[in-house]
Design a protein around this ligand. Structure first.
Ligand code: GLN
Length: 534
């Protein structure tokens, strides 16, 4: 196709309606018709990227293969579209301002007054269009926040400008909420009408509305919304609460959303059927799974379901491909003590010790790891989780009293996890960790090697500390193997205890590389071991 078409996804009424899921689902449908699609997210906050945000603020920080810390919606895009995103797929207000201010400092504006319009909006437009150089048929741009927010205004002004410039090559899909008022026993469309009015006041007429509601809305309501919002009735799509987010593409397809989008963008709708077979097979398999895989996720952000989003999704996908229903138990590591660990973890089929930073809940993770090691419970340590496996082994098997990570105890006599050399002089926290995809060579015969089925793999990273290689021999002599390392630096990437059923820690984050159609091999192997009772 080549003549790139632009689709903006905006949201109104309230946040958390699932704009990212709608964007990803629409992208999936277009991709399933054979088009080349990408999705990008614009976040109105001032942080340059979400890397410095507490996961309770916006959920997990998702890391792209090219080493950029991004919004968790990029994880949805990758999981739905089975593609890799990059730093160009995630832009914040902070980053826009940073590049405008950099340019101003270099004299790039030649004496002109730098203003929100046109300079900030021009920079936003440039970022929106940037991906078109890569020959995409469709670029879907999700605008974070809610219409009416002060900080979203420059982004919406950009949408207005681009709609005007691009004409039939650009549409706006607006997602709103239709609440059910129990006292009146009615669904109410007024908030939707107001939110569309607000968009119209900003000069944007949405082309398609997606109404999120708990149940299916009657045709009278759809008629009313279409009339008052100036949208064709067929272009009012419903997004009813579903069992799993992966059903959303199917629901949108049932309402012909892909065809409506193509028509509005003047793209000839090919007669060839849309190919959703593998996707539907996954959903079928998910539905058919009855037996459970009970996994305890030991972490410190258990009150926010999005804090470990990619891990939860990777576990779910792996469970489905093992014909199991994931029974995920979020366990607050701070609550784990020597006295209650047995009672807390004995019922789990497997334990995953989560990534993280800082001391809170750290000792609880060590207790969980010890329990798993001593009771031969399948255990998966990811990043800090892997570091916990190393520290616990040092303290309780090697007898290195006070062994620790330099992150937790700078004066530890045995820093078995230490700051990486190139991290020693870093002052700025943002974007300065070891980030993104690196090669790892797996040792033949190890659990990790058998899982991936190959020696050379690439996985993504986000850490400052590393396994201290001075101790490597001591660990290997006592039974903890370095099963994978970076071929260039020798950095230990995977540890295993081969005498146990499944005890693997990865310095990298395999969860970022797990999609619906291509689940991560190590997660598959972990779930398989967890449910294998022999
Ligand atoms: N805090 C650890 C480090 O910086 C682990 C990071 C993580 O779990 N992502 O090395």
């Amino acid at each position: 196709m080549a003549n790139t078409k632009y689709i903006f996804v905006t949201g109104g009424v309230i946040s958390s309606l699932g704009k990212g899921i709608v964007a990803a689902s629409l992208g999936k449908l277009l991709q399933a018709r054979g088009y080349k699609v990408t999705i990008q997210k614009f976040d109105p906050y001032i942080n340059v990227d979400p890397g410095t945000l507490n996961p309770y603020e916006h959920g997990e920080c998702y890391v792209t293969a090219d080493g950029y810390e991004t919004d968790l919606d990029l994880g949805h895009y990758e999981r739905f579209l089975n593609m890799q995103t990059s730093r160009t797929n995630s832009v914040t207000t902070g980053r826009i301002y940073q590049s405008v201010i950099d340019r101003e400092r270099k004299g790039g504006y030649e004496g002109r007054t730098v203003q929100v319009i046109p300079h900030i909006t021009d920079e936003i437009n440039r970022n929106i269009k940037f991906l078109s150089e890569q020959n995409y048929d469709f670029i879907i741009s999700e605008i974070g926040g809610t219409v009416g927010d002060i900080e979203s205004l420059p982004f919406l002004e950009s949408v207005r400008q681009l709609k005007r410039e691009l004409g039939r090559n650009c549409i706006c899909v607006h997602l709103t909420y239709v609440p059910y008022i129990a006292a009146a026993a009615e669904y109410k469309t007024k908030p939707t009408q107001h939110s569309v009015k607000q968009l119209q006041e900003l000069g944007i007429q949405p082309d398609i509305l997606v109404l999120r509601s708990v149940e299916t809305l009657g045709t009278d309501l759809i008629h009313k919304v279409a009339l008052f919002c100036n949208v064709e009735e067929s272009a009012v799509i419903q997004s009813v609460d579903v069992d799993t987010i992966y059903e959303v593409p199917c629901r949108l397809q049932q309402q012909n959303m892909d065809v409506i989008v193509l028509n509005k963008l003047d793209v000839k709708v090919s007669a060839e059927a849309i190919d959703m077979k593998n996707w539907n097979d996954f959903l079928q398999r998910r539905k058919a799974a009855v037996k459970k895989a009970k996994i305890g996720l030991v972490g410190k952000y258990t009150k926010h379901k999005d804090a470990y989003k990619s891990i939860c999704e990777a576990l779910m996908q792996a469970a489905v491909y093992n014909d199991r229903k994931l029974d995920l138990q979020l366990i607050l590591s701070e609550d784990i003590t020597e006295a209650n660990v047995e009672e807390t973890l004995a019922g789990m089929d497997g334990i995953l010790v989560a990534p993280g930073f800082g001391e809170r809940g750290f000792e609880g993770k060590l207790i969980a790891v010890r329990y798993a090691r001593e009771n031969n419970k399948p255990c998966f340590g990811v990043c800090l989780g892997m570091q916990c496996m190393v520290i616990e082994f040092a303290r309780n098997v090697l007898g290195l009293a006070g062994a620790n990570s330099a992150e937790m105890d700078k004066s530890s006599p045995h820093k078995v996890i230490d700051l990486m050399d190139d991290q020693k002089n870093i002052i700025y926290l943002g974007g300065s960790m070891r980030l993104g995809s690196y090669d790892c060579v797996l040792k033949k015969g190890t659990v990790a090697y058998l899982a991936y089925g190959q020696e050379l793999i690439q996985e993504r990273h986000r850490h400052r500390y590393e396994f201290n290689s001075e101790y490597r021999q001591q660990f290997e002599d006592a039974g903890m193997l370095c099963a994978g390392e970076n071929p260039g630096t020798g950095l230990v990437e995977v540890v295993e205890i081969p005498s146990l059923k499944w005890f693997v820690g990865t310095q990298y984050h395999p969860e970022y590389n797990s999609t619906v159609l291509k689940p991560n091999p190590l997660f598959l192997s972990f779930i398989k071991a967890a449910i294998d009772k022999q």
